[in-house]
Design a protein around this ligand. Structure first.
Ligand code: SAH
Length: 240
């Protein structure tokens, strides 16, 4: 059974393996959660599933746990990238957190012509993905890749990967995902300023792109990301 407390560790997990936790994790487990030697914690590393572990050492700055039994196998999400133009800090954090919970396999911040921010804190965003996986019971953590230009990304686009292109200007002509095929996909969400005419033209001409409307109201990018992932998961993902 999964223990109440779940943590991500970057170490191999297998029966009998001893795992040491970081200083921050030791503080959380033994200081905040008041767990002690003999107690149980669930660990996952994104590769080996989830393991119930017994606490062997509970120090102020250090802790050692031993894997006893696997409580979940590795559950991979569908092959779905979430590509989005970063917005304000807390809203970008929100997108990463929700993408992890909703089951994205990779999180790709893209710089579009009208993108508000030119930099992202990749490590900080990755930490949000880890935290979201810890909280939602996931055994996989999507990688948050470095910010790349949309134009460069499209230059090297893998032709087998279909794109759910969320275009708020295309009301009424939006195609349905119901007739689309499964396989590798990417969702593309624009910045507050939307896509530039050139970007829209390019995307509309790509055979991989399926233009999708998210309804008659203009959603904020963070809302759009969650709405798009919901629709995709329900039509083509692991909800069906
Ligand atoms: N430029 C727009 C707002 C962009 S909203 C304006 O100010 O008028 C940010 C992104 O969310 C868009 O680029 C699009 O990818 C997505 N989005 C928001 N509402 C949408 C809708 N109704 N249909 C499809 N995509 C939408």
């Amino acid at each position: 059974m999964t223990a109440k407390t779940r943590l991500f560790v970057d170490q191999p997990l297998a029966e009998g393996n001893c795992v040491s936790v970081s200083q921050a994790q030791a503080h959380y487990l033994f200081g905040v959660m008041r767990l002690a030697v003999g107690g149980a914690v669930s660990l996952f590393n994104g590769k080996d599933g989830e393991w119930r572990c017994e606490i062997l050492e509970a120090g102020k700055r250090k802790g050692v746990l031993r894997c006893t039994v696997q409580t979940k196998p590795l559950q991979m999400p569908p092959d779905l990238w979430l590509c989005f133009a970063p917005i304000k800090k807390t809203r970008t954090d929100f997108i990463v957190e929700k993408a992890t919970e909703m089951g994205a396999s990779k999180i790709c911040p893209v710089q579009t012509e009208f993108t508000n921010s030119e930099r992202i804190k990749q490590e900080r965003l990755q930490a949000h993905a880890v935290e979201a996986a810890e909280q939602c019971g996931g055994t996989y953590v999507p990688e948050v890749i470095a910010l790349s230009k949309l134009s460069t990304m499209l230059d090297h686009w893998p032709e087998e990967r279909q794109i759910m292109f969320c275009d708020e200007t295309e009301l009424g002509v939006a195609s349905s995902l119901a007739s689309a095929s499964r396989g590798p996909w990417a969702i593309l969400i624009g910045p507050e300023g939307g896509f530039s005419p050139a970007e829209r033209k390019r995307l509309h001409s790509m055979p991989e792109a399926h233009v999708v409307s998210l309804g008659p109201r203009i959603l904020r990018a963070d809302t759009a990301a969650v709405a798009a992932m919901t629709i995709w998961q329900a039509a083509l993902g692991d909800w069906v």
